[in-house]
Write a protein that binds this ligand. Structure first.
Ligand SMILES: NC(=O)c1ccc[n+]([C@@H]2O[C@H](COP(=O)([O-])OP(=O)(O)OC[C@H]3O[C@@H](n4cnc5c(N)ncnc54)[C@H](O)[C@@H]3O)[C@@H](O)[C@H]2O)c1
Length: 390
């Protein structure tokens, strides 16, 4: 993670986070450990809990805890009560800056309100679903701090959603099932930033891709990109493999399960485990059993459907999340946004805010440097031309 390393070296010299308490509710992976070590190099006290009970890498949690600089509260497979207790414990520490992947930590702080929010300079949010929740809080006039929308930074969208989830969602599906993608019909439900990456890579691996959408423009784009587009009830009859990635709930439900072919595989790459309606699936099934790790077979009379990772986010639950090269960009943005909130957060009004363009540009520049790629710059004459209305 060369970009994060260069930021860490600067933080070690400048110590911009001295005296700050940072609390992070993120996936506890090796890449996150690098981020947390970068932050503590900047002089802050840091605490970390998991944003998803199934994505925690216990060896990483143990290694970070052994560092002695970071309070770690995460265990792979922890039950929901333990998970909630861990988030609550981080909130108890009254952080100055939070890092969220799904907004659980900021939600707990806001649910407590009052003193719990004192001293909070701001937070960062890594994913779409977290931003949805925080914007709802803002719309109710209750968001008490600035939140930098890392998920919407230009560098993040290109790297994390398209390249990162595109590859790692398929990686999770393949690790769990060992299926051959070539020749399969893969249905992507949701053609947003993330769904596009999955569709593109599945097609590259030889699958026929069908897209289901509720947004007319996204559906039109999918059609113009060369995919078949149809309602989910029609796609249900055609697909061998289904991937939900909408940020919504019950996207696949009874009416779809009833139409699916024998052997169809269901996976979710959206943030919460609500996109595939498990109540409906259980209600239809005469029996359920795990046939491989993270593959549950649901017997529906004459047919069987296979659910991956219990409907949880498949690239984290069944694979290792995004490759380090992707998280290098995401977490470089995170580190610089934490610094921004520490240095300038108190001047910002509460609300969900864009990552400053300078941070986006800096991260892209550092990543290009790491790749040994140099680019042109705008000439003075071009600058004058672009700046002039005439
Ligand atoms: N697994 C990962 O690593 C990863 C990475 C990034 C985002 N996410 C999650 O993936 C989800 C989607 O994120 P995104 O950034 O692509 O969001 P997005 O808003 O860009 O795209 C979501 C798309 O789903 C469509 N949609 C909504 N309801 C639908 C339905 N019922 N049927 C079909 N399509 C529907 C929307 O119209 C939209 O085009 C979120 O939950 C996000 O948090 C996961």
């Amino acid at each position: 993670m060369p970009v994060l390393r260069s930021i860490r070296e600067r933080f070690e010299r400048e110590r911009p986070l001295t005296g700050i308490r940072v609390a992070a509710c993120l996936h506890v992976t090796a890449e996150t450990a690098n981020l947390v070590r970068t932050l503590t190099s900047g002089g802050c006290a840091a605490a970390l809990c998991a944003a998803n009970p199934l994505s925690t890498q216990d060896d990483v949690a143990a290694a970070l805890a052994a560092d002695g600089h970071v309070e770690v509260r995460a265990r792979r497979g922890e039950d929901l009560d333990t998970y909630a207790a861990h988030v609550a414990a981080l909130a108890d520490e009254r952080p100055h800056v939070t890092l969220d992947d799904g907004a659980d930590l900021l939600s707990v702080l806001h649910a407590r309100g009052g003193e719990a929010l004192d001293g909070l300079r701001g937070g960062t949010e890594e994913t779409t679903t977290g931003l949805l929740r925080l914007r709802r809080l803002e719309a109710e006039g209750r968001l008490a701090c600035p939140v930098l929308a890392v998920n919407e930074a230009r560098a993040e969208r290109a790297f994390n959603d398209r390249h990162g989830t595109g590859q790692s969602a398929l990686d999770g599906i393949l690790r769990a099932t060992n299926l051959l993608l070539a020749g399969q019909t893969l249905v992507v439900l949701g053609y947003g930033q993330t769904g596009r990456g999955i569709a593109q890579r599945a097609r590259g691996a030889g699958a026929a891709v069908i897209v289901c959408e509720v947004d007319a423009l996204a559906a039109l784009e999918a059609r113009m990109d060369g995919y078949e587009v149809m309602p989910a009830t029609a796609a249900a009859e055609r697909g061998d493999l289904f991937v939900t990635v909408t940020g919504s709930r019950s996207v696949l439900r009874r009416e779809h399960f009833e139409r699916m072919k024998d052997g169809a595989v269901l996976a979710n790459a959206g943030h919460f485990d609500v996109e595939i309606d498990l109540d409906d699936l259980r209600a239809l099934a005469s029996s359920v059993r795990e046939v491989r790790p993270l593959v549950d077979r649901y017997d529906l009379g004459d047919r069987a459907l296979y659910l991956l990772a219990r409907g949880r986010v498949v690239n984290l639950a069944a694979a290792e999340g995004h490759p380090a090269a992707v998280m290098d960009v995401s977490f470089a943005l995170q580190a610089l946004c934490v610094e921004e909130l520490v240095l300038r957060g108190q001047a910002l009004e509460p609300g969900v805010r864009a990552v400053p363009r300078a941070i986006d540009d800096e991260v892209a520049r550092l990543r290009l440097d790491a790749l040994g790629v140099s680019i042109d710059s705008v000439t003075e004459a071009q600058r004058r031309y672009l700046d002039s209305w005439t």
